[in-house]
Design a protein around this ligand. Sequence first.
Ligand code: TYM
Length: 384
Amino acid sequence: MTFKVTPWEVEGSIDYEKLIRDFGTQRISEELRKEIKGLAGEEHLLLRRHVFFSHRDLDKILAEYKQGKGFFLYTGRGPSGKMHIGHLIPFIFTAWLQKVFDVNVYIEITDDEKFVYNRKYKWKEVQQYADENILDIAVAGFDPQKTFIFKDSEYIKHLYPLALEVARKITYSTAKAVFGFTGSTNIGLIFYPSLQIVPTFFEKRRALIPCAIDQDPYWRIQRDIAESLGYYKTAAIHSIFLPPLTGIHDKMSSSKPETAIFLDDDELTVKKKVMKYAFSGGQPSIEEHRKKGGNPDIDVSFQWLYMFFEEDDNKLEEIRKAYASGKMLTGELKQYLIEKINVFLKEHRHKREKEGKKLVRKMMYDGKLAKRMWSLDYSDVFGV
Ligand code: TYM
């Protein structure tokens, strides 16, 4: 079966083993997982359940942390629409890493990228999405004094000189090979990768980037040029995709509302979407289901519980057995997931309403790290 994973398109049934081979990344070994657990003092669900499954130089990050050199975290979001639950995964994980390792986090909001990528967007629209997305990101659990959220178009004065240094190191044929650019790609998008690389140079130590595997092509290029510019090759920790409701062989898309649960979907919408669209591993009739049981491996409701919504291993195992044996029906499994999603979203929205604006102000302008980043000039930021 064919599939495609680029930073802008994900299609088909994804073979993650093949991606590791093609991209030249490494699977997160049991040993590495244990080491993180030892240093962090706890293990995050997203590691335990192998949602974060691949990496580049994560071992170096841990070694440098132990030596006292430390590291910093960098991640981002392209504001192309409302955020869905999948988009929040890297941010929740990044906030956890920040908490346990006590490090700075930089979050890039690529309004420029989305504007040039999709010609149907108006500038104003992208700005509205950016504002909304930033509110969602700000309540994901970050330390407001040690987190800097910046929008490319606003922080550009500080990014641009180094973006140019990066740009003149990358030929069009490299960019074409890595990103699949063609003669009809607009020149805005061709320059854009240099801006996604710049934040990996914000500190004179190694960056660790949590993201889904689709963003890896940028890091491949960064690693080719970083040392020649006097910086560290970035490390990365990659997740698989939270599958779309409609089936495990796809990616959630903001342009197909039935594939995703958005962070602002109300309780009834969540219920309707899961009931109507969540791909089921159950049998066509109750009698048959009771006899043969369901298949949790292809059942999206079960996969969502496994990847994110059911923390309790024992409870998850109980559900798996009940579903596979036919004791639990698809409707019951869906109902269980619906409740979990609604509890999660209710809390998210509560935080967003209560603390969102204040946190955004701190992380973008007034917090300790934000203030420092705005006060630096180019030569300070980049140690030139
Ligand atoms: P964007 O906005 O497409 O995605 C934001 C982040 O969410 C991840 N992601 C997912 N994770 C789990 N399940 C899914 N279904 C899912 N869909 C998307 C993405 O991998 C990403 O981590 N160009 C970037 C913005 C960016 C960035 C970065 C991302 C700038 N700098 C550094 C990561 C790290 C973008 O458009 O992401």
